[in-house]
Structures are given as structure tokens and as C-alpha cells.
Design a binder for this molecule. Structure first.
Ligand SMILES: Cc1ncc(COP(=O)(O)O)c(C=O)c1O
Length: 401
């Protein structure tokens, strides 16, 4: 057993001024639906370059709101990469639509244009309404390539950027600006680059979608007089809206984020440049330290033309070639005080989805090969280069390299 401090595979960084920001809200009159919510939305819109941001209670809630806003229904289908967290697919099931899994690049874990084309061919005849590419590990997918195909097939594009806050594509700008998509989804779970406890958001350039998402986040209720339908109930004899009046236009949810979450979010978002630089520095140190272990151990392949803010320090390990099994490697690393994780088990292999597929999940060799080799090493903004050396030395020892 190691006597050194445990290095988790991810960790939030909350500082005194973050705590002060939350405390200030706790001492104020508005714990929820107060000014911190609009402030966080304005801050996120500014950071991503989108016209609007709608904050909500989690990335999963954000994905559900997206599925509702797109009006996805039973009989519709959505293309989702098999290499992602379950929530990207689950939100489509929440509204009764079908998930069709696409393959991914075995070296990056990202959906590629050829994966999208192959899935469209395989599922010809299905009512495919949308595609949800995922910027896995913090590295952006080829959005221009994917969007061009999606346009031809008349699909709405939604980016799952839960891993990719801060990532910037050269000549195109920050992930979240929705240059190639109708909406982009973020998560602010503590594992991510900034933490809100739980929290998520959607960015969009479409004011109608912003209004719909905002309404769906709070029961489908509007208080905007221009939206009122039942006019005799809504307005008094002078044409003024009745002071108590609101209308429920859609079947929505309570997916609001409270002011404490949003105050923490704004405080953390202001630190994004520092957190991004720190994460990138640690990932660069991993690249240098891991170079002698290639090709048995390699960081996931880098896509050119972007400034990636890494959410995970994902490496691909040839466990089979090394004659090692991943479970033993993870347990031995843990005994050295090094936490690791596997992100992710391909979603089409989850029993819920295999049973939907009648026990015959599709064969998606890229996602399967990626999964067999991936391991996420510790990465968080307060890690040091000494920690990186410790992780890589531990890995070498455990793998016998
Ligand atoms: C790719 C991806 N999508 C969606 C989510 C869901 O986000 P949340 O945990 O905030 O609900 C996550 C969270 O891990 C994720 O990694």
C-alpha cells in the first residue's frame, strides 16, 4: 500500500472565493430563480460565443430538455456514438424515440464522418431525426464533416460537449458556439473542468429554442404575456395581463439549477483559462513521460487543428499484447495510490440496450477496440508534474515495461 496521497482519476478544484460566492447567495433573499441564474447563463454564453445559454440541474437534464425541444417522438430515431456515457443515449429513450448507435474511431473514441455515413446506410428507411456527436475526453469531433453529412440527410445536430468546455477549434471558435449544431450540451458535474455540484446547460443561437428550453426546464410554464393562449383568462378588461397569471404550454419538468449552483458555476467559469492551462500542462507532461512506452501505451490520438481542454487523460494500452488484464492493472495501480477509470463501456453493450436489440447488439468494432484498450489516468487542475511521474512510473511497474 502506498503512503503517498491518493491520486483520483478526476477531482474538482473548489477554492475560498468559490465558497464565498456560494455563501453570499445563502445570505441573500433568493436561493433559487434569483440573479445568479441569469448571470451564469450570460457568463456561459460569453465563454462559448453562443447567443444563449440555458442552465439546468445536470447534463442529463440538459440532454432530456434537448430531446423535448426537438420534439422527438416514438417512431423517430437518433444516431449516437457507442463510445459515450449512457446519458447521451438515455435522453432519447426518455421521449420514446429509438437510439441507433454509430461506430467511432478506435484511436480517438470520436464519431467520424465515415461512421455517420455508415450508420445512415445501415439504417436506411428509419425516421432518423438527429445526430448527437460527443466530444469525448475533451477533444472535438470533426464537426464540419459531420454537419455536412447531417445537412444532406436533414438531421438536427446536437453536440454533447459535457467533456469539452473550453475546447476551441481553429478558425471556428469555442465548442458551444453552435456553428455546426442547433444546440450544445454541457455538464458541470465535479468530474468535469468546472464544478457546480450537479449542473448542466444548453447553448444555442436560436431564440425560439432558448425560450422553449427555458419553459421546459420549469414545468412548461410561461409568464410571458405574448405567449398566452387562453386570452380571456390571461388578460383583464384593460388588456393588462392578470397579475397571478401563467400558462403551462408544454409538459415540462423541474430541471432548474438553484442560485447556489449558479454562483459556484460563475465563480468556477472565471477560472476556466487557469484550469484549462493546468489540465493541458498535465496532459503534455503525460505525453512526454509516456513516449518511451509507445506503442504498447499511447495517449489517445490527437486530432489536429484544435486547442483541446482535456477532461480525461485517456490512454490506450495493448493489454492483450502485454499479457496483462485491465482489472489487475487497475487494482495494482490503486494499491500504489493511483486511481484510474474506464470511460466507457460501449453503451450498445449495456443490458438495457442489448435487450432492446433482442439480445443482438450491433457490431461496432471501433468502439469495441477503443473500449478494450482505454484507461483514464489521473487528471485534475491541481495535479503536479511530480504526480505525473508517479503515475507513469507506477504504470510502467504494473505493466512490466
Ligand atoms: C458525455 C457525457 N454526456 C452526458 C453526461 C451527463 O452529465 P451529468 O452527469 O451532469 O448528468 C456526462 C456525465 O458524465 C457525460 O460524460
Amino acid at each position: 500500500m502506498s503512503t503517498e496521497p491518493f491520486l483520483p482519476y478526476c477531482r474538482h478544484v473548489v477554492e475560498d472565493d468559490d465558497i464565498d460566492a456560494v455563501t453570499k447567495v445563502l445570505k441573500s433573499d433568493a436561493l433559487t430563480q434569483g440573479p445568479a441564474v441569469a448571470k451564469f447563463e450570460a457568463d456561459l454564453a460569453q465563454v462559448t460565443g453562443a447567443s444563449h445559454a440555458v442552465v439546468c440541474s445536470s447534463g442529463t437534464a440538459a440532454l432530456h430538455l434537448v430531446a423535448l425541444a426537438l420534439d422527438l417522438k416514438p417512431g423517430d430515431a437518433v444516431l449516437v456514438p457507442a463510445q459515450t456515457f449512457a446519458a447521451t443515449a438515455n435522453c432519447i429513450r426518455y421521449v420514446g424515440a429509438d437510439v441507433l448507435f454509430t461506430d467511432v474511431c478506435p484511436q480517438t473514441g470520436l464519431m467520424r464522418p465515415q461512421d455517420l455515413e455508415a450508420a445512415l446506410r445501415t439504417h436506411r428507411g428509419r425516421r432518423i431525426r438527429a445526430v448527437f456527436p460527443v466530444h469525448i475526453n475533451g477533444q472535438a469531433a470533426d464537426m464540419a464533416g459531420l454537419a455536412a453529412i447531417a445537412k444532406q440527410a436533414n438531421l438536427a445536430v446536437v453536440e454533447d460537449a459535457c467533456h469539452a468546455l473550453g475546447t476551441v477549434i481553429n478558425d471556428e471558435g469555442p465548442v458551444g458556439n453552435c456553428r455546426h449544431s442547433v444546440m450544445t450540451v454541457f455538464s458541470f458535474h465535479p468530474a468535469k473542468t468546472i464544478a457546480m455540484g450537479e449542473g448542466g446547460a444548453i447553448t444555442t443561437n436560436d431564440p425560439a429554442l432558448q425560450a422553449k428550453l427555458t419553459r421546459l426546464r420549469t414545468h412548461g410554464i410561461t409568464r410571458a404575456p405574448q405567449d398566452f393562449v387562453a386570452r380571456a383568462e390571461a388578460f383583464d378588461a384593460n388588456g393588462e395581463p392578470n397579475p397571478w397569471y401563467y400558462e403551462m404550454l408544454d409538459l415540462g419538468f423541474n430541471y432548474r439549477a438553484c442560485d447556489m449552483q449558479c454562483a459556484l458555476g460563475s465563480s468556477q467559469l472565471a477560472k476556466l483559462p487557469r484550469f484549462s492551462a493546468a489540465r493541458r500542462k498535465i496532459v503534455a507532461a503525460y505525453e512526454t513521460a509516456l513516449a518511451p512506452l509507445a506503442p504498447k501505451v499511447c495517449p489517445v490520438e490527437r486530432r489536429p487543428g484544435q486547442f483541446a481542454v482535456w477532461h480525461l487523460a485517456a490512454v490506450l494500452i495493448d493489454f492483450e499484447g502485454l499479457g496483462k488484464d485491465r482489472a489487475t492493472v487497475m487494482r495494482q495501480l490503486r494499491s500504489l495510490g493511483i486511481g484510474t477509470q474506464v470511460n466507457y463501456i460501449p453503451v450498445h453493450w449495456q443490458p438495457y440496450y442489448t435487450s432492446l436489440a433482442g439480445g443482438h447488439p450491433p457490431s461496432l468494432p471501433g468502439a469495441e477496440l477503443y473500449y478494450r484498450r482505454c484507461l483514464s489516468l489521473p487528471l485534475f487542475a491541481t495535479m503536479t508534474e511530480v504526480d505525473v511521474t508517479r503515475v507513469v512510473t507506477g504504470l510502467q511497474q504494473v505493466l512490466g515495461l
